[in-house]
Design a protein around this ligand. Structure first.
Ligand SMILES: Cc1cc2nc3c(=O)[nH]c(=O)nc-3n(C[C@H](O)[C@H](O)[C@H](O)COP(=O)(O)OP(=O)(O)OC[C@H]3O[C@@H](n4cnc5c(N)ncnc54)[C@H](O)[C@@H]3O)c2cc1C
Length: 288
């Protein structure tokens, strides 16, 4: 244990197992890359960040920095950073597209996929792609491991269902091929800006028929918007048929959008832009 500054106790576990034990015993705040936490707890220049609970550094744990490609499933350790995601040939293009638009290289070298998930921000840019991939999480607690769907894990803006003794160990999802990937992030500038909104669309074709489609929108509701019901309405159709029902589909999604006004964009802008990107995707970008 290391005393860091006046106000906070900092733990640096030697192993992941020890990390879980420390978390359970001291109700610590896990710190991986710190790129969200250090902003959240920042104080005016020259004043140390004031953490309300002991902090546990987990960013050095090699047990969290792995990817494992099986025949049907890809597993990514929670401590893999976004630069590593961009370099790894096993990671699907949809996740890489999202990672490539986050911050700038210096932040991406620190920022972990696990941190992006646990931060549970509606503007978390890895989330729409992970929702499209049907990602699940492996959580480790004092009584063992627990699996949960990412879409069940995130319960609201900045809220997740992580228990007080748990750490996120791994993200995993089925490996599937998609013929088209469409990713759009709308930010205030090209780099180092949080999303006003983001969009991931994945399409698989069987001849001229859509055999699978996934659509997820970020920063337009308290949690990522994805609807398997609407996707099922699109599956089994040709692109011409989809064009014929685009207005109907847009209306269905409009009902799911509940954007907020904030310093980055108005709710009206978010809704209109999201529907515009969705229309562009359905009418022009799904085609082979
Ligand atoms: C300049 C700048 C630009 C940014 N731009 C973007 C952007 O464009 N898009 C975007 O999505 N984000 C952006 N971010 C936010 C941030 O970089 C990402 O969310 C990043 O992925 C967070 O990862 P981290 O490892 O730094 O998390 P940390 O800050 O270490 O942690 C974030 C949260 O997750 C928890 N946590 C972390 N790891 C675990 C674990 N294994 N188990 C349990 N809890 C855990 C922490 O306790 C904390 O609550 C930006 C940040 C900065 C400073």
């Amino acid at each position: 244990m290391v005393e860091a500054g006046r106000a906070v106790k900092m733990y640096r576990p030697g192993t992941f197992r020890e990390a879980v034990e420390i978390r359970a015993e001291y109700n610590t705040i896990p710190l991986a890359g710190g790129t969200d936490l250090m902003v959240k707890y920042r104080k005016p220049a020259g004043v140390l960040p004031f953490f309300t609970r002991p902090v546990e550094f987990i960013g050095h744990l090699n047990e969290l920095k792995y990817t494992e490609k099986g025949i049907e499933v890809l597993r990514i350790g929670a401590g893999v950073n976004l630069s590593e995601i961009l370099k790894n040939p096993d990671i699907p293009g949809s996740l890489k597209e999202a990672a490539s638009q986050i911050a700038a290289p210096g932040i991406r070298n620190m920022a972990t996929i696990g941190g992006n998930i646990c931060n549970a921000s509606p503007a978390g840019d890895m989330l729409p792609a992970l929702y499209c991939l049907d990602a699940s999480l492996l959580l480790a607690g004092k009584n063992g491991l627990r699996e949960v769907l990412l879409s069940d894990f995130i319960t609201g803006p900045g809220k997740n269902s992580l228990r007080g003794d748990e750490l996120l160990k791994e993200i995993y999802f089925p490996l599937r091929h998609y013929d088209k990937i469409y990713y759009r992030k709308v930010g205030t500038r090209m780099a180092n800006s949080l999303s006003r909104l983001s969009f991931t669309g994945l399409v698989k074709w069987n001849g001229k028929i859509i055999s699978d489609i996934r659509i997820a929108l970020g920063a337009v509701a308290p949690v990522v918007v994805r609807s398997r019901e609407i996707e099922k309405e699109i599956i089994g159709r040709s692109s011409a048929e989809v064009s014929g029902i685009t207005d109907e589909i847009l209306l269905s999604y409009k009902k799911l959008l509940h954007p907020i006004n904030d310093q980055r964009a108005s709710a009206v802008y978010r809704e209109q832009t999201a529907l515009k990107i969705l229309k562009e995707f359905l009418e022009h970008r799904i085609r082979l």
